[in-house]
Design a protein around this ligand. Structure first.
Ligand SMILES: Cc1ncc(COP(=O)(O)O)c(C=O)c1O
Length: 372
């Protein structure tokens, strides 16, 4: 069984990389960088895109541009990659960890509501694995309590909520182009937004406090250099051309794998709310009920890997159990669902969803056998 490799690249990347090589601008002012920002922002239904060298600094920039810092609290899910929380800490604010929903793996709006306190300034919704968090309820809550709603869309290139794309609903969407992401240049990131003033502030942070109408040596605010290179932009432009077709392929193959395993007792795949229809399928997530399956998550994981299908037994701990946060510097709400997922959840990387029908059938069969 040949599992598709990731990243996927081709002649188009080479063609665009050669164009950069032949140019005199290899850095962030090459026309490809602006083009990538415009085209990716438009793809996410946003008016503005600001690129940066990864999807961690993009979250930091977004918080900084909203004036969030010391004394403020930001609500984040207990399940995510560490950047969602460390970005909050690095701007001097305090992350507040709240629970996720049992099967969407996304932040639970009810738990968010219960966690809001006098110092709360923002909520970061992570669209975990691809399907978007409940943007209706989180949006209403943010509006009612006058909080900033950010989208950590590192897993959600092209994902939709009632036809609106990730990054276009909150103040900003933060995207990652790190090696495993569905669109990659090895490293890279982008903030998308429909708020012109916000985008201008973010641009100034990423580009040494310059203004579009100011000179090279004129710096109007405290910024830094987070610019990406033209090499990254070249590769990402080619990746963006392939993304819509790959998203469709992942949707189709994810449905096929789920169908093939639908009758297995004790195996539950991520619930995708109908409002979060099209999504990137960055991860194919699920949970094991050991009693019904007759196997623990770890036994299931071992059997799947032995059958040749790459699989990860979820995160080793909730974010707040990392040594960093065990020492304090955060507020932790009760998170029984997140804790349960640490014991019983798993994910398949998106490359298992990029094969043709025959490969997808073999993958489904291999997973099915691993459940027996
Ligand atoms: C949910 C989430 N947020 C943020 C990031 C950070 O992105 P990057 O690795 O580009 O800094 C990641 C990356 O793995 C992620 O999974």
């Amino acid at each position: 069984m040949t599992i598709p490799q990731w990243p996927i690249s081709g002649e188009r990347e080479l063609e665009l990389l050669r164009a950069v090589l032949a140019s005199e601008r290899w850095g962030g002012y090459h026309e490809f960088v602006g083009r990538l920002e415009r085209e990716f922002a438009a793809f996410q239904q946003c008016a503005y895109g600001v690129s940066a060298f990864n999807g961690t600094v993009t979250i930091e920039m977004a918080l900084e541009a909203c004036g969030i810092g010391a004394g403020d609290e930001v609500i984040v899910p207990a399940i995510s990659f560490i950047s969602t929380a460390t970005a909050v800490s690095r701007v001097g604010a305090t992350p507040v960890f709240v629970d996720i929903e049992p099967y969407s793996f996304n932040i639970d709006p009810e738990r968010v509501k219960a966690a809001i306190g006098p110092r709360t300034r923002a909520i970061i919704a992570v669209h975990f694995g691809g399907p978007m968090a409940d943007m209706d309820r989180l949006g209403a809550l943010a509006e009612e309590r006058k909080l900033t709603l950010m989208e950590d869309a590192a897993h959600a290139h092209g994902s939709e909520w009632k036809g609106r794309r990730a990054g276009s609903i909150g103040t900003a969407g933060s995207f990652s182009f790190q090696n495993s992401k569905v669109m990659t240049a090895g490293e890279g990131g982008m903030l998308t937004s429909n708020d012109a003033a916000f985008a201008e502030r973010v641009r100034a942070i990423a580009d040494q406090g310059r203004r579009p109408d100011g000179g090279w040596f004129h710096h109007y605010s405290l910024g830094t250099n987070y610019r990406i290179t033209a090499w990254q932009a070249a590769v990402l432009l080619a990746q963006l051309e392939r993304l819509p077709e790959q998203n469709c392929r992942r949707m189709r193959n994810a449905a096929a794998v789920r169908n093939a395993l639908a009758d297995v007792p004790g195996l539950t795949f991520q619930h995708v709310p109908p409002k979060s229809g099209v999504h990137a399928n960055y991860l194919l997530l699920g949970r094991v009920d050991a009693k019904s399956l007759g196997k623990t998550r770890d036994e299931f994981h071992k059997a799947v890997v032995a059958a040749g299908v790459p699989c990860t037994p979820f995160y080793p701990h909730t974010l707040y159990r990392n040594p960093l946060y065990r020492a304090g510097g955060c507020r932790v709400e009760p998170c029984p669902i997140a804790e349960a997922c640490i014991q019983d959840a798993f994910w398949f990387p998106h490359r298992v969803l990029l094969g043709d029908d025959a490969v997808t059938r073999k993958i489904s069969d291999a997973i099915l056998r691993a459940t027996e």
